[in-house]
Unconditional design. Structure first.
Length: 225
């Protein structure tokens, strides 16, 4: 397979070296990477994974990847994850898969964050797909909803099959309806000031590289220094 023909999940393996602690994201793109990493582990690569969700931990175990808890590692060499939107500065919206808080904690503990997406996730301005996931504590869900409305942000608590989605942390996800976000970092700070908010899906200035799956092979976008 030539470099040009590699999928993003396979190209991401180039960012991992023997002995690394690797943050494992959540979602389809991250799962493809976990499977590719598992093949390398079975072929002799020595790494430890730090999963960002119970689902990823389960898959990683099936793929023979040894795991460590975040508490048990001093730092993470590289985290590979997916995203829901990527802007030209490589700011991200994440959390359509409801793992945003653990994903952000792991990303912030990582020397490098590498994101895998299809071209449909690339946007001119964050917010184009219409929502920002925000994790809220159930006790404060109603008051958070009122605070968001006062900020001009409508939306709803996420439900599946008529039940509220509960994250691995035991919290709810409020999907704020948005359009173009002029200043993602400022909106993230503003939302995080609402009592009851645990974290938002805005990842501003965190990604070092984005690997975009194209028909001709993955394309690498790097954040400007
Ligand atoms: C989960 C996430 C995912 O990384 C994001 O939703 C992308 O998922 P997929 O690769 O399945 O499209 O942020 O919280």
């Amino acid at each position: 397979m030539t470099d040009e023909k590699k999928s993003a999940a396979v190209l991401a393996l180039d960012f991992v070296k023997d002995g690394d602690i690797v943050g494992l994201g959540t979602g389809r793109a991250a799962n493809a990477f976990v499977r590719a990493l598992g093949e390398r582990v079975r072929a002799g690569l020595s790494v430890r994974g730090v999963p960002t969700s119970q689902a990823t931990a389960e898959l990683a175990r099936e793929c023979s990847i040894p795991l460590s808890a975040l508490d048990d590692v001093a730092s993470i060499d590289v985290t590979i994850d997916g995203a829901d939107e990527v802007d030209p500065q490589l700011n991200l919206i994440k959390g359509y898969g409801a793992a945003l808080v653990r994903e952000k904690i792991v990303a912030a503990a990582s020397r490098r964050l590498v994101i895998l997406v299809g071209p449909e996730k690339l946007v001119d301005v964050l917010g184009q797909r219409g929502r920002i996931p925000v994790e809220v504590i159930p006790f404060g869900a109603a008051t958070c909803t009122r605070h968001f409305a006062a900020m001009g942000l409508d939306g709803a608590l996420r439900e599946e099959n008529g039940n509220k989605v509960v994250t691995d942390n035991g919290n709810y996800i409020f999907d704020c309806s948005v359009r173009a976000i002029a200043d993602p970092a400022a909106l993230d700070r503003q939302l995080c000031c609402v009592p009851g908010v645990v974290g938002t899906g805005i990842f501003a200035g965190m990604a070092d590289a984005v690997l975009v799956d194209e028909e001709s092979g993955a394309r690498v976008l790097r954040r400007a220094a």
